[in-house]
Write a protein that binds this ligand. Structure first.
Ligand code: B12
Length: 353
């Protein structure tokens, strides 16, 4: 067996053991896996990217399919974060770079593990890092970038519905006269849609912590022309401005059709409208595609049958067309039509044009 095969085998074995430890919630067992990885001379960077990150994704998949509870996921994440703290001293800088990164999650973004990994990789590369964690208010991120004389700002957005906050932050930096500081971002939407960075006026995005450091070192001194926003931006503003009215009108349509669970419907619509705004801001309808399988897996466990979901999407498209001016309403409703077609597909129905 080649060295590469041996190494791949060992990593597979460690990943499986780590997932098992997290699912049963055993911090001690998880420690044994990390110790084995270190004994095997796996660098801490590889432990992060080849063990922690894929295992966190696997835990997410298990939760999505209702195979682990919210409590099990919280416990698993707490173990990962504790172990990252313990491995942090191993991320020693090889050489100082005299460069400063201000890094945090956008408002209402609670997934902070990825950003924290990015922080540790930058420290190992010699950067001074101000890692601000989850849910950082826009004003404070801008303030820290100014006070910390940031050479680069990093934003983390895991939930698609938080992408408008990324665009808002870029605008806030411009407004504060800090438009010269390059802003990069990462998180799940940037993994599935690499073109997002351009649509959101960012200087770049990266799919993991290692790629983030490479990208940052490439762009800190390079001059880049910012692209102009796409045509769907107006529809995004219209959806944001009229969010409450759209939500109420769509709920009213559901009730008129005999649906009774108004609180549940309103909560679902709140989520859909934020996702819609995000996809419109980015001008990328494909951003919504993963929501179709996600909702198909998850919603039955939240008491929403596929046929109800389909009907609710139809009511939302109708409310958008009725409430918003023609070009914006049509643009926004077309994105919902895409969700409707996807929902029909996963239900095994023939998509109606
Ligand atoms: C743990 C977890 C949580 C925890 C987070 C706690 C914490 N301390 O971070 C809590 C409980 C808060 C949570 C909440 C929710 N979650 Co959650 N969560 C997860 C889970 C299982 C793991 C996240 C994680 O740690 N990933 C590991 C890190 C290392 O990976 P990463 O974030 O991708 O980071 C890497 C790259 O993206 C990149 N990167 C990241 N940031 C940056 C920044 C820059 C600048 C750069 C360049 C690169 C970069 O580099 C990182 C390191 O290599 C994911 C599963 C998943 N697929 O990620 C679900 C997941 C993201 N959550 C999900 C959902 C639905 C939610 C909730 C809506 C649930 C609910 N109903 O309340 C809320 C939303 C909260 C919010 N508003 O933010 C879904 C999203 C589905 C979708 N279609 O969008 C997922 C995918 C689970 C699933 N499979 O269904 N969650």
């Amino acid at each position: 067996m080649s060295n590469e095969d041996q190494s791949a085998n060992a990593i597979n074995h460690l990943q499986a053991a780590y997932l098992q430890a997290l699912v049963v919630g055993s911090g001690r067992e998880a420690d044994r896996v990390v110790t084995a990885a270190l004994d095997w001379a796996l660098p801490p960077q590889r432990i992060y990217l080849d063990i922690f990150q894929p295992t966190a994704y696997a835990v997410g998949q298990l939760w999505q399919r209702n195979k682990v509870s919210v409590a099990q996921e919280h416990l698993a994440t707490a173990i990962v974060e504790r172990q990252m703290g313990e491995l942090h001293p191993l991320f020693k800088p090889a050489h100082p770079r005299r460069r400063t990164l201000v890094l945090g999650c956008v408002p209402d973004e609670w997934h902070r593990v990825g950003a924290r990994m990015v922080a540790d990789f930058f420290e190992a590369d010699g950067w001074t890092v101000h890692y601000l964690g989850a849910n950082v208010p826009i004003r404070d991120l801008v303030g820290m970038a100014r006070e910390g004389a940031a050479d680069l700002v990093g934003l983390s957005a895991e939930m698609i519905f938080n992408l408008p906050r990324v665009a808002e932050l870029v605008r806030a930096f411009d407004k504060a006269g800090l438009g010269g500081i390059p802003v990069i971002a990462g998180g799940m939407p940037f993994i599935t849609q690499p073109d997002l960075a351009q649509a959101l006026n960012l200087r770049g995005s990266a799919t993991n912590a290692e790629a983030a450091v490479t990208l940052a070192n490439q762009i800190v001194s390079a001059a880049t022309v910012l692209p102009t926003p796409g045509p769907e931006a107006l529809a995004a503003v219209a959806v944001r401005t009229a969010r409450a009215e759209i939500l109420a009108a769509a709920v009213a349509r559901c009730v008129a059709a005999g649906d009774t669970e108004t609180d549940m419907i309103a909560a679902g619509y709140g989520y859909v409208l934020r996702m819609l705004e995000a996809a419109l801001v980015a001008g990328t309808p494909a951003l919504l595609d993963p929501q179709i399988t996600w909702a198909h897996d998850r919603q039955p466990h939240d008491g929403v049958a596929p046929v109800q979901l389909l009907a609710r999407l139809h009511h939302m498209a109708a409310a958008l067309r009725a409430l918003l001016a023609a070009p914006q309403g049509e643009a926004a409703a077309a994105y919902i039509d895409r969700l409707i077609a996807g929902q029909q597909r996963v239900m095994g129905l023939v998509a109606v044009a």
